[in-house]
Each structure stands twice: as structure tokens, then as C-alpha cells.
Design a protein around this ligand. Structure first.
Ligand SMILES: [Zn+2]
Length: 415
């Protein structure tokens, strides 16, 4: 009797275990507790994204961040879903737009960001220092910062640079795709052999102002020229690793090591042809087809850059879905983070998505998907402390160091 009861119990126990395992398999939940740990870690981390092109939408489409809008990648509800703590809105005009027009378009975007902060005080706080980022977080607000993408917007005038800094700009990407009058870009023919003397003055003035020098987009020679001049750590606000995807916009391992020596950070870009060599190769091989798509997008959108990003991204993802370009998955982002950590060290890697300015890989459709990165890093064996550094701690450290260098230069110059 006892024997048979035990047997029945054992069978029931086995049955119950099988049902539980099946349920776990069907729902994709792993029974190892890592998902729970990842959720808790992601919730408490201060997550910083150093590159988002949403100001284009604010200006061209009068987009209001309060509205959940799946056409783009960023809005307040989805920043809340993804627990983004601080966002650098990118002030950008194309390299070919120069002079006073570039200045006026930049100012319009700065105003648009500041207006969004004014209109949504319960959700957004303008931040210009690491302390202000932390204060915003403590009050349950998302810190809104600004970075300027392209030195041509200063119109060869250090005075303009000082005014942008006064309005809240906290990094300057020295070039965009094209060279400007004082720095070479990675995607243009070298014209200055790196930085000119005025370009070096720009770096010194950025140091003095506490504005971070951003070396994304610049040529390799410009990068090394910057390192020879700067007194503060620099960062690459949205670049990935050349060892995985050989694109001139990405950084090679020597550059990563030099960046680490400077105390800087590479913030990994999520754009699909910066992440995947296969996608980049397919894109290049499609040459004419891609050019036709680009022409169609240009015809449809004209100068509306927000439209170009949305339409271009939609078509690129269509080509991936149709198998014309290999499908790039979000896990590739984690591969780049892991590579950069192995080469530069865990204190020198961060996140610079390029949301609203690039084509996202599958699984990273918008900012709400960020928690996956935290979980993937935990599963790779990263410590919680190291993950917090990658998610935002490293970037805040660079901002703090820039502030410190600025203070010491300002007190030095008053003597
Ligand atoms: Zn860019």
C-alpha cells in the first residue's frame, strides 16, 4: 500500500515537473532566475544613450515626445518602458548645409529640444552636467542632454561654439559625413591631413567649456590628432567595431586601445550596416538597387531628414525581410559591446543607439527593447557592476571628467 502511494506520488511529481518545463519552454521563460535579475538590474541602472536623432522629427514633423508613435524609435512612453535615464538629442544638419543657414537650422533644433522639456516637465529635465542627470533621475525624470553632430555648424567661429555651449550643448562631433574647413571625416577624401591648427583650437576650446569632444564620424588621422591635443577624455558617441564590421565609421582595435588610454568611451551604434559585415557587403553588392531606393526616398522626402530616416529604414528592413540583405538581429549589438570590452576594457564602452537616425536590427525596433541588452550581458557572465558601467556609468564618468578639466582650465586662465 505504502509502496503504491509513493509510486503514485512520484508519477504525479514527474507529471507536474513535465508540465512546468513545457510551460516554461512555451513561454520562453528560463527557470534560471537570470531574467528576474536582469529586470531588477535594468530597473535600477541609470541608462544613458548618447545619440538620438529625434530633433529631426521635432522640427520636420512637429513631433511631440509625449505621443507613443511606432513610426519612430523614441518617445516618452517608450523611453519609460525601456527605462532610459538620460538621452543625448543630436543637433544635426547635413555637411553640405553650411554658413548662417547651418547655424539657424541648428538653433531651431536646440529650441525644439528645449521646448519639449518645457512642455513636459513631469517627464523631462534639461541636463548639462552629470550631477543634473543624477538629480533628474532622483526626481523620476528623464535627463535630456544635447550633442551637436558636425563642427560645420559653428561656422568656423569659436564664439558660436561658446553660444551653443551656453544653450546646453554638451558634445560636439567634430565632423559629419563630409569634411569641414578644419577637420577630415572618415567618409570623405582627406583634405587637411586630420585637424588643422584651427581644428586644434576648437578641441582646446571644447575642453575649456566642458563640452565633450566626440570622435564619431572623423577620419582616423583626425582621431589621433584629437588625442594629441585634448586634455579631457573624449568619446565616440555612436560608433561600432571595425574588427566585426569593416566600415570606416567604426573604430579599429588600435583606436579602441588609444581611446581607453585617453580615458574615453566608445558608445556602440545599432545601425545595421555598422553592425554586420554580411549586411554591409550585401548592401555594397546591391549598389544600383540601393541607389534607386535612395533616389525614391529623396524624391518622396526632399529635405525632410526625419522622413528619409523613417522611409529609408522601412525599405532596408523590407530588403532584409525579403532576403536581399542578410537579416541583422539585435544580438549583434551585444557582440560589438563584448568585443569593445575585450579590447578597450569594461570602463570604456557605452550605448549610442542612433535611434531615429538609423536602421535598427530586428529585435531592437525602439528604445523599449533596451532591457534585452542587460539580460544578454548577464547571460554572458558580466557582473552587475560592469553592466551598469556599460549602460551609462562610463558615459557619466566622461562627462564628469570633462567638467573637471573645464574647471581647472578656467581657474588657470583667470590667474
Ligand atoms: Zn551620425
Amino acid at each position: 500500500m505504502e509502496k503504491s502511494v509513493t509510486k503514485t506520488m512520484r508519477v504525479e511529481l514527474l507529471y507536474a515537473t513535465a508540465v512546468l518545463l513545457l510551460a516554461a519552454a512555451l513561454t520562453g521563460v528560463r527557470a534560471d532566475g537570470i531574467s528576474d535579475r536582469a529586470r531588477a538590474l535594468h530597473k535600477r541602472a541609470l541608462i544613458v544613450d548618447t545619440h538620438d536623432d529625434t530633433p529631426q522629427r521635432m522640427v520636420w514633423e512637429k513631433f511631440d515626445l509625449a505621443h507613443r508613435d511606432p513610426k519612430g524609435h523614441i518617445d516618452i512612453p517608450r523611453m519609460r518602458d525601456g527605462n532610459l535615464g538620460a538621452i543625448f538629442f543630436s543637433i544635426w544638419v547635413p555637411s553640405k548645409v553650411t554658413g548662417p543657414l547651418a547655424v539657424s537650422r541648428a538653433l531651431k533644433q536646440i529650441d525644439a529640444v528645449r521646448e519639449q522639456v518645457r512642455l513636459h516637465p513631469a517627464d523631462l529635465a534639461l541636463a548639462t552636467t552629470a550631477a543634473e542627470v543624477r538629480a533628474a533621475r532622483a526626481q523620476g525624470e528623464i535627463a535630456a542632454l544635447m550633442g551637436m553632430e558636425g563642427g560645420h555648424m559653428i561656422d568656423d567661429d569659436l564664439g558660436m561654439l561658446r553660444l551653443y555651449a551656453a544653450l546646453g550643448v554638451r558634445y560636439l562631433t567634430l565632423t559629419h559625413f563630409g569634411n569641414n574647413n578644419w577637420a577630415d571625416a572618415s567618409t570623405d577624401k582627406p583634405a587637411h591631413n586630420g585637424l588643422t591648427d584651427f581644428g586644434k583650437d576648437v578641441v582646446r576650446e571644447l575642453n575649456r567649456l566642458g563640452v565633450i569632444v566626440d570622435i564619431s564620424h572623423v577620419s582616423d588621422k583626425t582621431f589621433y590628432d584629437v588625442l594629441a591635443v585634448t586634455q579631457a577624455p573624449v568619446f565616440a558617441s555612436h560608433s561600432s567595431c571595425r574588427a566585426i564590421c569593416n566600415h570606416p565609421r567604426n573604430m579599429n582595435d588600435d583606436m579602441l586601445r588609444a581611446l581607453a588610454k585617453n580615458g574615453g568611451v566608445i558608445q556602440i551604434n545599432f545601425h545595421y550596416t555598422f553592425l554586420s559585415q554580411e549586411a554591409r557587403d550585401a548592401n555594397l553588392a546591391l549598389g544600383k538597387d540601393v541607389a534607386i531606393v535612395e533616389q525614391e526616398v529623396e524624391k518622396l522626402c526632399g529635405e525632410n531628414e526625419a522622413c528619409s530616416v523613417i522611409e529609408g529604414g522601412r525599405r532596408a528592413r523590407e530588403m532584409m525581410a525579403a532576403g536581399k540583405i542578410p537579416r541583422v538581429s539585435w544580438e549583434k549589438i551585444v557582440e560589438h559591446i563584448d568585443h569593445a570590452v575585450k579590447v578597450a576594457g569594461v570602463d570604456h564602452v557605452g550605448l549610442g543607439s542612433d535611434f531615429d537616425g538609423a536602421t535598427m536590427p530586428f529585435g531592437m525596433e525602439d528604445v523599449s527593447k533596451l532591457p534585452q541588452i542587460t539580460e544578454a550581458l548577464l547571460r554572458k557572465g558580466y557582473s552587475e557592476k560592469d553592466i551598469e558601467k556599460i549602460l551609462g556609468g562610463n558615459t557619466l564618468r566622461v562627462l564628469e571628467q570633462a567638467e573637471r578639466v573645464s574647471r581647472s582650465m578656467q581657474s588657470g586662465s583667470s590667474k
